[in-house]
Design a protein around this ligand. Structure first.
Ligand SMILES: CC(C)(COP(=O)(O)OP(=O)(O)OC[C@H]1O[C@@H](n2cnc3c(N)ncnc32)[C@H](O)[C@@H]1OP(=O)(O)O)[C@@H](O)C(=O)NCCC(=O)NCCS
Length: 135
């Protein structure tokens, strides 16, 4: 299931990459969920979330919230998510993460894709004091 991420992307997560941060859900020794932010410009990163089928139901939004509080987010202006219009679970997950953190967003529809652009403000999210090496 997690293998459906592009291989180079997974490799960046596993090896570590200055423009990628990820959180995982782990049960015993298995990774059951993965969410990541990949910076695509100085001020913007793209959010991706994947929860293994058997674990879906209350995990995706929690990983998104964890990422929105990650130190590196402190130097971003926006987090984007590109979601297929029919993907109610992903839309629900992102919306719940936003509700929980108080982050606001604009949405734009581009054919079958809904582009959610979350606007970050330094006051929105409590950041870890270890912040800031994602400059
Ligand atoms: C999208 C995904 C990450 C959601 O994770 P999840 O653990 O199943 O769901 P969450 O706990 O985050 O759901 C959060 C909200 O979305 C709603 N939701 C979840 N699945 C839903 C569905 N199939 N239809 C409608 N709403 C749904 C939930 O009801 C919840 O809102 P509520 O608590 O107010 O009721 C998961 O379904 C997944 O991995 N899908 C495949 C990969 C994918 O599409 N990723 C998104 C790319 S950004």
């Amino acid at each position: 299931m997690l293998g459906s991420f592009p291989r180079p992307y997974i490799e960046d997560i596993v090896r570590g990459h200055p423009d990628v941060v990820a959180v995982v859900g782990v049960y015993d020794d298995d990774i059951v969920a993965l969410a990541s932010l990949q910076r695509d410009s100085r001020s913007t990163a793209e959010l991706a979330i994947l929860v293994e089928d058997a674990w879906q139901g209350d995990l995706g939004w929690r990983l998104a919230v964890a990422l929105l509080g990650a130190p590196l987010v402190g130097c971003l202006a926006n987090v984007k998510a590109s979601i297929l219009a029919g993907n109610s679970a992903a839309l629900g997950s992102v919306r719940k993460a936003m509700r929980t953190t108080g982050v606001t967003a604009t949405t734009r529809r581009d054919r079958e894709t809904i582009c959610v652009t979350m606007a970050l403000s330094a006051d929105d999210i409590p950041h870890s004091p270890t912040a800031a090496n994602w400059q």
